[in-house]
Design a protein around this ligand. Structure first.
Ligand code: CA
Length: 699
């Protein structure tokens, strides 16, 4: 015990010395990124280290003094869209992003805004984004800050001035590609993928020279048309393996497999790990009618960072048809599994199983459910394949499949944290079922999502008792998970789903924001809630911790948004009061800042006009609404608190004004494009009829 105390007292000044001298270390280079864990004062890359643990060793703030944790500074953004960024902190400077891919640099101790950058993403890009106009953050390397913009550019900024150094267009802007993920830099190459798996794109990840922006390699996650090579790093494995796992004319549909979030790197093995998304369209009868595993959908890929060369893959959901992505955070760790120390990769993807792979070979070591799951009874360790429930194949049975989890996942991009002291992984878990029903009249549309799944049939019945039951079934909790024994250690129940990402610290604390707008701290061992701060808006992003001049800070970016409130509407509304804008909040022991009183969000409510359509017309309008509008404007025309509630818009009063917006795109620069290419003026006016009926029902 004495020895232990002595070591601690010797280490304490050392930790402060690290914090103090970090500013003399020069720009972030490969060595600093590889050794990021040895700089507790900094948060150098998205998951803090290449292993993406999201664990800060800082221990100044702990259970004994958490009551003194107060606001140090805050910064208001210019938007009330969703905020998902993880800030980066390098030697006292914080770099973060806000919605619409805007970048800010702050003095991390004072909150002074050093510079900001607006990539001027065209508003109409919003319709290509399934899940809000969010951005999850930047990468910093060699004096530059890298951001992927919603419209598909990768931009390098001067870290001192915020001036643009180079910009590379990484996508075909005629297709519905978007970037929301944070870049990573490995060995002088900037890595970024993209989203669009609900819109018929073909997924890939690219590597770009950090100095020039020139593309070094590209790996497509889905094969192209047989016989047509891309000249890319994936050509060989597609010919050898992936091409045979598809059927029909999948290349016409894009196929999906987007790399929209997670990337990890093991410098020792020199392997880059990439999480791959769902099939596009969801319904496999459309994209690959003869079946097949559809590699590399819903897979983890191991690639060489220098060349993009394929090394191994593990597919979680062969032939995915439930939007079960493998894009969730991957954590690299060394763990004793069944008695022997293994280099593992861990992931808690949407599908509800906690996967542990050997990260050298891709061998599946373990997979157990961390949340309620009904689509598969187990993952067979011998074959590595799920034992899928026959009724889950909604395309084959012709019946609805009430799935658990649904497409929003038991866990999505909301970051989890692996605490090296408790050995526990803290996961933001949700219980959100979904009825998958094949769209038997599917026709692809030019604008908006194309799923092959009937979102109208799946919409919330407007019966009060049924609504109550559905809402009661939607839950969320912070789960402490023991990965070695694959079992729950503790949980903290939240009021709803859609809660924020997680940080754990050397002070024995776990930090997480919730959908109601509370930023909370928990005891990492027991789950006891120790502290809470009301942020005035729902929280979905993950906190970070860093130190400046020997003082430990906690920062969280807040702002309600993302897919949960956009899609689910009414069920996401758990608090009435929301701040109009997103914010950066930074906390320190004995901070003295206070937030201004929240402005009441008073939305002008226009009384609905008389109904003009027949019951059949309203029903048709409802079907079109849920086919093309509901994914953003909310189930059954109820806003989940991000976009204006269409039940109360004055535009309902005028067929002409409605058509100018919904048909011709008068508000395209705000993100609301016209749907005149996909629907006739009469059809578009029936959407208005349906919105009027919902407005009258809601009076
Ligand atoms: Ca998806």
């Amino acid at each position: 015990m004495i020895v232990r105390q002595l070591r601690l007292s010797l280490l304490a000044p050392l930790a402060i010395a690290v914090a103090a001298c970090s500013s003399s270390q020069g720009p972030v280079d490969h060595d600093r990124l590889v050794n990021a864990d040895s700089e507790p004062a900094n948060w150098l890359t998205h998951g803090r280290t290449y292993s993406e643990e999201r664990f800060s060793p800082l221990d100044q703030i702990d259970a004994s003094n958490i009551g003194d944790l107060k606001l140090a500074w805050y910064h208001d953004f210019d938007t009330k869209r969703g905020q998902e960024a993880t800030p980066i902190v390098v030697d006292g400077v914080m770099y973060t992003t806000s919605a619409w891919s805007k970048v800010q640099a702050f003095n991390a101790a004072t909150g002074e805004l050093l510079w900001q950058y607006d990539p001027e993403v065209p508003g109409e890009t919003a319709v290509k984004a399934c899940c809000d106009v969010v951005n999850r953050g930047v990468a910093v390397y060699d004096g530059k800050v890298y951001v992927g913009t919603l419209d598909g550019r990768l931009v390098a900024l001067d870290a001192e001035s915020g001036d643009e150094v180079w910009a590379t267009l990484t996508v075909d802007q005629d297709k519905a590609y978007t970037i929301t993920g944070a870049p990573r830099v490995v060995k002088g190459k900037v890595l970024i993928g993209n989203g669009g798996g609900e819109y018929g794109v073909r997924g890939y990840i690219g590597a770009y020279d950090a100095q020039t922006g020139e593309e070094a390699w590209r790996f497509y996650t889905v094969p192209g048309k047989p016989g047509e090579k891309d000249g890319s790093a994936s050509d060989e494995i597609h010919e050898k393996l992936a091409g045979d796992t598809w059927s029909g004319e999948w290349w016409e549909w894009g196929g999906g497999g987007t790399v929209w979030d997670s990337i990890a790197y093991d410098p020792e093995l020199d392997l880059l790990y990439v999480g791959v998304g769902n099939g596009s369209p969801w319904n496999p009868d459309i994209r690959s009618p003869g079946g097949g595993d559809n590699l590399f959908l819903s897979s983890i890929l191991a690639l060489r960072p220098d060349t993009g060369e394929y090394v191994w893959h593990y597919q979680q959901v062969p032939g995915d048809q439930w939007d079960y992505t493998a894009t969730q955070q991957m954590i690299l760790a060394d763990l004793p599994i069944k008695g022997s120390e293994r280099k593992v990769l861990m992931q808690a993807p949407k599908n509800g199983f906690y996967y542990i792979l050997d990260r050298e070979t891709g061998e599946l070591l373990s997979a157990e459910p961390f949340a309620p799951v009904n689509w598969a009874s187990e993952i067979d360790l011998e074959s590595g394949r799920p034992v899928i429930t026959p009724d889950a194949y909604y395309n084959k049975t012709g019946k609805p499949w009430l799935a658990m989890p649904g497409p929003l996942g038991a866990h999505s991009w909301h970051s989890m944290s692996f605490n090296l002291q408790t050995g526990l992984v803290y996961i933001p878990v949700q219980e959100l079922g979904f009825p998958y029903i094949a769209d038997t009249n599917f026709e692809p549309k030019k604008v908006g999502v194309n799923l092959g799944v009937d979102l109208n049939a799946a919409s919330l019945p407007q019966d009060d008792e049924i609504k109550k039951q559905v809402k009661a079934g939607i839950k969320g909790h912070l789960l402490a998970w023991d990965p070695v024994n694959q079992k729950e250690a503790w949980r903290f129940e939240h009021k709803s789903a859609g809660n924020g990402g997680v940080l754990s610290t050397g002070g024995g604390l776990v930090f997480q924001g919730d959908a109601e707008g509370n930023f909370n701290a928990f005891n990492a061992s027991s789950g006891e809630k120790l502290w809470s701060f009301f942020a005035q808006t729902g929280i979905i992003a993950a906190p970070i911790s860093y130190a400046v001049d020997g003082k430990q800070y906690i920062t969280i970016v807040v702002g309600w948004g993302g897919i949960f409130p956009l899609l689910t509407g009414e069920v996401a509304l758990i608090t009435g009061e929301r701040a109009p804008k997103g914010r950066v909040l930074t906390f320190v022991l004995d901070g003295t800042a206070t937030l201004p009183e929240p402005e009441a969000l008073v939305e002008a409510r226009s009384a609905p006009p008389e109904q003009f359509a027949s019951a059949a017309g309203i029903a048709k309008g409802k079907a079109i609404y849920h086919r093309s509008c509901g994914a953003c404007h909310g189930d059954s025309v109820v806003s989940g608190g991000v976009l204006p509630d269409l039940r109360y818009t004055p535009v309902l009063q005028s067929a002409d004004a409605w058509y100018a917006i919904v048909g011709e795109g008068a508000l395209a620069t705000n993100g609301m494009v016209g749907f005149g290419e996909d629907y006739s003026p009469e059809e578009l006016d029936l959407i208005r009829a349906y919105a009027i009926s919902r407005s009258r029902e809601s009076q």
